[in-house]
Design a protein around this ligand. Structure first.
Ligand SMILES: [Zn+2]
Length: 171
């Protein structure tokens, strides 16, 4: 559940054309992971692993909601909406989304994301690690449908797979 009390808005990302006229709006995946993984480490030590995972899901929900509001066109029918989402995730180099299964009537999906930002290439850790992505996907679907969603990662590079696989369904 995304509370409305979160302060984040898209404008908080700043004006990158003015702010980075020479370096532009891209960075390396290693730098992205360095920030995320050190956040996760520090928060886990302070708050415990379970709480930290919940917080990453929660942050992902806010991010997914704002991504949907600012980047995607929610007036499109579902199949076109997913096609647009897929294209944006490629354009922004987030990952390669595929819909493996779709039950359009009850909004249940199995999605895969390959070459994703968060875990592709990681050593096998024996557990899924893409909590932020779980929230991100739920946030997008919630914003599009108006319903709460639960997204669970079932396969991950960190469990020895070569793609992330997510079960997505309304709560
Ligand atoms: Zn993963």
């Amino acid at each position: 559940m995304v509370k409305d009390s979160y302060d984040f808005s898209w404008e908080d990302l700043g004006n990158l054309e003015i702010g980075r006229p020479n370096l532009g709006n891209e960075t390396s995946v290693a730098v992205y992971r360095l920030m995320q993984f050190t956040f996760k480490d520090v928060l886990s030590k302070e708050l415990g692993k379970e709480k930290t995972s919940q917080l990453f899901i929660q942050a992902g929900l806010v991010a997914g909601r704002e991504f949907c509001r600012n980047i995607l066109n929610t007036s499109l029918p579902l199949n076109e909406f997913i096609a647009e989402l897929t294209q944006k995730l490629v354009d922004l180099k987030v990952g390669i989304l595929r819909v493996e299964k779709a039950e359009m009537d009850n909004l249940k999906f199995v999605l895969t994301v390959s070459e994703d930002l968060d875990c592709s290439g990681l050593p096998v850790l024996g557990e899924t690690v893409c909590n932020y992505d779980e929230g991100f996907i739920s946030g997008i679907f919630k914003e599009y449908t108006g319903k709460d969603f639960l997204t669970k990662e079932v396969d991950c590079w960190a469990t020895g797979d070569r793609t992330c696989r997510f079960d997505v369904k309304p709560v």
